[in-house]
Write a protein that binds this ligand. Structure first.
Ligand code: H79
Length: 424
């Protein structure tokens, strides 16, 4: 298990290299899961599946040829890339990662290496990834592609499908050679500059195979980052488990991934969307530990972003408009989490994210080895009274804070803050 303050992996470069700089500064990303499963929305062959809908084929044990037939109903005629990117921009995300091929094996782009793609296998005909790439470029948002490199339930030699095909006799190498690696080449050749190839579930890949995928990406686009789920300890940044935040500070380039409700793909009956309050506080927590939050939305089968997702992401963006200085480009808190909230930092500044105002309005920053110079509310600039004695800084909050979800105080200081991730 990761220890507080520990550096992730041998390949992490502490986020300081030119290559990962944009990523470690970005702090907030948008994940998009979109494919034929979005059209099914949790229901296939007359049966409902609660939980993660992008797994519906596996949960239903739908035969590959039948899934292919049903996928023809996927026709996202209302898709508008600029509309999605507008929402992303308003939400304040700095990058978007979208499924180019999930475990069902369906390519959301025009592929020469499989006819199970959106252009050939559906009435939609357009290449949505082309349109999204153009809209992202225009808006200055980095784009990444999720690609399921091992699992492919459509292919006899792809990983995961044991209901149609025999897992024991599969020739995985031929699947990598004939589909997975060629499609990676297409993605890196036809969609401009990419920020990330986001691999997932490496399954039984060997270290050599994981390395081959990583090298392929870097050969085609040296600046493109690779997620740690390429497998076998490789990758340019670390992803924790789905919906997992590490217990303490982690140094290096990393990401926590969450989905807005309880499914990655669109579900017609999952309304358990995280409120703006939950997103804003999670973002602060993850930033205080030194990472990015990539939060997922599942657009529906018509190509629309669900109303609550749009609304709650836009509201998160309104908070970031006022408080972004305490998130973007910051690094982990040198001082452990406190009863009232968490901290982020940059040279000379400590940002106190007040998540829970104590009734008497007094908050303590302990183990403070610098000299406190000035304190003010980030939103509005109102000065905050403080008193330092030794390593204790006490601040007195006003009776009413600008935002009950998270009000940030900027504490300017001189000197150096020692890292005190565990305070006795
Ligand atoms: O793309 C999203 C997920 O589909 C993918 N990773 C994120 C980013 C993912 N792949 N595997 N898993 C998540 C975990 C799979 C959990 C499972 Fe199950 C438990 C698969 C089979 C048992 C849940 C329950 C899904 C089917 C039954």
């Amino acid at each position: 298990a990761q220890q507080p303050g520990e550096l992730w992996g041998k390949n992490a470069d502490a986020g300081k290299s030119a290559k990962t700089k944009w990523f470690t500064e970005a702090k907030f990303g948008l994940f998009l899961h979109w494919g034929p499963y979005s059209h099914f929305g949790g229901e296939i062959r007359g049966k409902r599946y609660y939980g993660i809908t992008e797994w519906i084929m596996q949960r239903d044990k739908t035969p590959a040829n039948e899934y292919t037939q049903l996928a023809k109903g996927f026709n996202p005629s209302e898709f508008n890339a600029e509309e999605w990117v507008n929402i992303a921009k308003a939400a304040g995300v700095k990058y978007i990662v979208i499924t180019s091929k999930h475990h069902d094996g369906f390519a959301m782009f025009d592929s020469k290496y499989s006819d199970f793609d959106i252009v050939e296998a559906t009435p939609f005909k357009r290449d949505p990834l082309k349109e999204l790439a153009a809209a992202c470029k225009k808006a200055g948002i980095k784009l990444g592609f999720y690609y399921s490199q091992f699992q492919d339930w459509h292919e006899p030699n792809g990983g995961g499908n044991g209901w149609d095909f025999d897992n024991k006799t599969k020739d995985y190498a031929s699947y990598y050679r004939n589909k997975s690696l060629p499609q990676i080449t297409e993605l890196l050749s036809n969609y401009g500059e990419l920020g990330i190839i986001w691999f997932d579930t490496p399954g039984n890949m060997s270290k050599e195979e994981s390395a081959e995928f990583m090298e392929k990406v870097h050969r085609l686009q040296p600046n493109c980052l690779v997620s740690s789920r390429v497998g076998n300890g490789l990758g340019d940044f670390k992803d924790f488990g789905d919906g997992e935040v590490p217990p303490g500070v982690v140094k290096g380039a990393w990401e926590a991934i969450f989905t807005h409700n309880d499914s990655w793909g669109y579900s017609s009956f999952d309304q358990n969307f995280k409120s703006p309050r939950e997103i804003i506080r999670l973002l602060a927590e993850v930033a205080s530990k030194g990472g990015n939050l990539m939060m997922n939305i599942g657009p529906d089968g018509k190509g629309k972003i669900p109303g609550p997702s749009e609304q709650y992401f836009r509201e998160t963006g309104r908070w970031l408009q006022k408080n972004g200085e305490a998130i973007y480009g910051t690094t982990f808190s040198p001082i452990a989490e406190q009863p009232w909230g968490v901290m982020t930092s940059r040279p000379g500044k400590l940002y106190l994210h007040v998540l829970d105002r104590p009734h008497n309005g007094k908050i303590l920053v302990p183990a403070f080895t610098g000299k406190a110079l000035k304190a003010r509310l980030l939103d509005g600039g109102k000065p905050i009274g403080f008193k330092q004695s030794g390593e204790d800084v006490w601040l007195t909050l006003p009776a009413s804070l600008p935002d009950a979800r998270n009000s940030v105080i900027v504490l300017d200081y001189s000197g150096a803050l020692e890292e005190r991730h565990a305070i006795p």
